[in-house]
Design a protein around this ligand. Sequence first.
Ligand SMILES: Nc1ncnc2c1ncn2[C@@H]1O[C@H](COP(=O)(O)OP(=O)(O)OP(=O)(O)O)[C@@H](O)[C@H]1O
Ligand SMILES: [Mg+2]
Length: 248
Amino acid sequence: MKDKPLSLESVSRTFGATEVLRDFSLNIVLGEFVAIVGPSGCGKTTLLHLLAGFDKPSSGRVIIKGRVRMVYQQDGLFPWRTVAENIQMGLRHVRDKTERERELKELLALIRLEGFEDNYPHQLSGGMKQRVELARALAGDTDTLLLDEPFSALDYLTRLRLRRELARMLKERPRTVVLVTHDIEEAAQLADRVIVLSDRPARIRCELQLAAERPRDPTHPEVIDAMHQILTVLGLEHDARESEVFSL
Ligand SMILES: Nc1ncnc2c1ncn2[C@@H]1O[C@H](COP(=O)(O)OP(=O)(O)OP(=O)(O)O)[C@@H](O)[C@H]1O
Ligand SMILES: [Mg+2]
């Protein structure tokens, strides 16, 4: 079906004796922004690699429609290529040279890096590099972005800024997005749906829907409420009885 660009149907994935996913099902609808949070090693990257078609399930079915692009935590750029050349890697399928150049200009403006096209990655800050990665992933007629902790190597203020930037970019270039993050605030600020996974083999512990328009501030009531719910599911919610002791 066209409205479900990505689905996993009863997927299992094992690596030797390690069972990462067992009978795992997930449907992502067109244009949806899904955030996946869960403990380290529970299988989040494995899940994204299956959705990207980079990996195959041990059993079950993965359905992928359209062009999918992945963005990693860091070092996803080719260090020997300039900003423009890195972005153009995402435009290889665009045949017409004039169209490629027009698109490159538009993407540089979208990530606000006009004037940096001839710089190499080592000449950029971490936040600038991640913006170039996003531009490459958004280039051309990509349908889906798979983001594997794309901002986690950055400092808090840069992360906040990039969440806002990503929301703005998606307004201009709507895409289906699957974001893997350790950061529940990031998940609650950005996603239409947050999926909380258990330890390996990963199960869906809970799903939350969020409706507030993006960009959402970290202090938005819906964001705060979602964070409380996620922390409760993870067993990390602050206990009111403890606060009585500390508030003396
Ligand atoms: N190619 C592989 N070969 C063998 N084991 C693998 C492979 N890929 C992943 N694993 C194992 O699968 C498990 C899940 O790994 P995965 O990278 O998906 O976790 P993750 O949730 O992304 O963790 P993190 O939050 O630390 O990034 C780990 O135990 C890992 O060792
Ligand atoms: Mg990972």
